[in-house]
Design a protein around this ligand. Sequence first.
Ligand code: PRP
Ligand code: MN
Ligand code: MG
Length: 183
Amino acid sequence: MSEFSQPQLTVLFDTGQIQARIRELGAAITRDYAGQSPLLVVVLKGAVPFGADLVRAIDLPVTLDFIAVSSYGMATKSSGEVRLLKDLDTSLRGQPVIIVEDIVDTGLTLSYLLDMFRRREAASVRVAALLDKPERRQREVEVSYVGFTIPNEFVVGFGLDYAERYRNLPYVAILDPAAVTEG
Ligand code: PRP
Ligand code: MN
Ligand code: MG
């Protein structure tokens, strides 16, 4: 069966909707950061597809860096503990920083990163997230650029995984875990 169309997946946002929304977010960032050169920090691994498209929708001299944190491991629920797996290559001191995330769920990952980046004396720190699931929030975090606000469903695709799978789907889908097959 095709990886891109399976019975356990219900499309929530298709490729066209996602690309149109990313163009709008890129235009908003381009306006808000006019005259500046923001550093985009893409949070590995989930934010890679969104980050790759978002940087190309921003008409400014941006720079890019990557950080890897993990809260979920192989589970569908957050463990409540954020681990730093790979740090940035560059200093944040005096830089306008935009954290790029695929999804804000409990907010634990972002509150961890926001605290750390403020301690490192970034000039400013804002967040761009493709998806926001406010019903699950445990930490209050401000997300300046939201692609789509979603209900409390387990979603995969466009970077989001279930046990590391489905990150390559070119759309966002609701996953029915009971219907997942091996392979
Ligand atoms: C997921 C997602 C966000 C975070 C959101 O990452 O990509 O980074 O969880 O959840 P939270 O708001 O409850 O912290 P995950 O830890 O699964 O790592 P991954 O990006 O490598 O899949
Ligand atoms: Mn992630
Ligand atoms: Mg994950």
